[in-house]
Design a binder for this molecule. Structure first.
Ligand SMILES: NC(=O)c1ccc[n+]([C@@H]2O[C@H](COP(=O)([O-])OP(=O)(O)OC[C@H]3O[C@@H](n4cnc5c(N)ncnc54)[C@H](OP(=O)(O)O)[C@@H]3O)[C@@H](O)[C@H]2O)c1
Length: 276
């Protein structure tokens, strides 16, 4: 965490690019609902939008950003290459399509969405080319557990700036967390709120009471205390606000450790190892 402006906190990626530590995930929102949610989020102060070709809503993201009067340079846009598009040439084409859908000349971050067997190397090489040409400010991966990152290290020239993985107090991947810290790969937490499935955990409820915050805010603040970038999704204006209102308090070291002890290896999304 390096700098703070207004309500925004940024993390510096391994290539010097500054990324808002907290962003809006837009999985499973579509059409007008998506456009409205993204516009609301931008008004609240969100400046990172995490989309993907697979989500089928890049156009809505582009529309919402155009409708806001916020300069493009102040918004951090992430998208991801879809599994069916992996491979060298097809990734280059997929990237161009994403730029068109998002109505932008560059992306801030482009990720490999899943570590597809037999395609990882060529896809990464395509991302390196796009990065070297300056069409994207940073490149990274998603769902890369340690064996995938080690494999990438054998052929990659560029070290991924970000690794986006399923991560929460209930899926606290400590070894991967340490590995990424050591390699200066920014960990980004998807499904950080466990899709709302754990808000009634009495331990979380107790902490929420203690800090005068909500269970969602306690989890998001825990990520930030760890230096992890959470990208919660919501289409609800009140919940969007709630999820962004996490910059006015901090957790004690003891409570950060306590929350880390909630781990139960709970996954909502596929285990990436099935792709190894
Ligand atoms: N790279 C990958 O493979 C991958 C996989 C999955 C997700 N992601 C990214 O990560 C983002 C977030 O993950 P996610 O969408 O799976 O799960 P999430 O952010 O953990 O949870 C979203 C769910 O929780 C609800 N919610 C949000 N804030 C809430 C709050 N304060 N109180 C109560 N309920 C709340 C939302 O409903 P409402 O909308 O009704 O508020 C939605 O149903 C995605 O949108 C996507 O951008 C990436």
């Amino acid at each position: 965490m390096v700098s703070q402006s207004n309500k925004q906190v940024f993390t510096r990626l391994n290539n010097g690019v500054e990324m808002p530590i907290l962003g809006l995930g837009v999985y499973d929102m579509h059409g007008k609902e998506a456009e409205q949610a993204i516009q609301n989020a931008l008004e609240i102060g969100y400046r990172l939008v995490d989309t993907a070709a697979m989500y089928g809503n890049e156009k809505e993201v582009g529309n919402a950003i155009k409708k806001s009067d916020i300069p493009r340079a102040e918004i951090f846009i992430t998208s991801k290459v879809n599994n069916i598009d992996q491979g060298y040439d097809s990734t280059l084409h997929a990237f161009e399509r994403s730029l068109g859908n998002l109505r932008t000349e560059y992306l801030d971050l482009y990720l490999i969405h899943w570590p597809i067997r037999g395609k990882r190397r060529e896809t990464w090489k395509a991302l390196e080319k796009i990065y070297k040409e300056g069409q994207v400010r940073a490149i990274g991966v998603a769902n890369y557990l340690i064996p995938f990152l080690e494999e990438l290290g054998t052929y990659g020239i560029v070290v991924p700036a970000v690794n986006q993985i399923e991560f929460s107090p209930y899926l606290f991947l400590k070894e991967l967390y340490q590995f990424c810290k050591k390699q200066d790969v920014q960990l980004q937490a998807y499904s950080p709120l466990v899709r709302g499935k754990k808000f009634e955990d009495p331990r979380l409820v107790n902490l929420a009471r203690k800090y005068g915050k909500t269970p969602a805010q306690i989890i998001l603040r825990w990520d930030i205390e760890l230096g992890v970038s959470p990208i919660p999704k919501s289409v609800n204006p009140l919940r969007l606000k709630e999820n962004f209102d996490v910059f006015d308090f901090s957790l004690t070291k003891e409570d950060v450790a306590l929350i880390g002890s909630f781990n139960e290896n709970l996954r909502l999304v596929d285990d990436p190892m099935v792709f190894f």
